[in-house]
Structure formats: C-alpha cells, structure tokens
Design a protein around this ligand. Structure first.
Ligand code: SF4
Length: 73
C-alpha cells in the first residue's frame, strides 16, 4: 500500500506546468497559473514522485501524512 503524503506547493512556483502534466489529478492551476494541490493527503504513486522530481525550482514539498516525516525533497 502506498503512503499518504501531505503535499504543498511553495511561493517559488514559476508556473512551468510540469507537475500538472505528470500528475493532473493532484496538481491544478490557480488563476495566476501557479500550481496548487487539489486535495491532501495524496497517495505516493510513481506519477506523483515524477511530478515532485520534475519541478525546476523545487517548489514542491511532501511529508508523510501519518508521521510528519519529510519525504521530499
Ligand atoms: S513543476 Fe514546480 S514550478 Fe512547475 S508548476 Fe509545478 S510547482 Fe510550479
């Protein structure tokens, strides 16, 4: 079973859209085109991990929703 993660997009997002391409169910676009997390917690899937890795400015952070342990970066 995959872990449940508490995911955030920080203010350094430059609206590249990569995370939304990799995980469109998880990341949406606000009116200013910056990304937001549609709903926490988020299941840790390969697509979600790829989305984290794709961010060019490391704006995405994730913690284990159960333990609070830092999962990404
Ligand atoms: S990949 Fe990073 S910079 Fe690009 S939209 Fe997502 S959070 Fe923003």
């Amino acid at each position: 079973m995959s872990r449940e993660l508490e995911v955030e997009v920080g203010p350094t997002c430059i609206s590249s859209g990569y995370c939304r391409n990799f995980a469109p169910d998880v990341f949406g676009a606000k009116e200013d085109r910056k990304s937001y997390v549609k709903a926490n917690p988020v299941s840790e899937t390969p697509q979600v991990l790829e989305a984290f890795e794709s961010c060019p400015v490391e704006a995405i952070t994730a913690k284990d929703a159960g333990t609070g342990e830092e999962v990404f970066p």
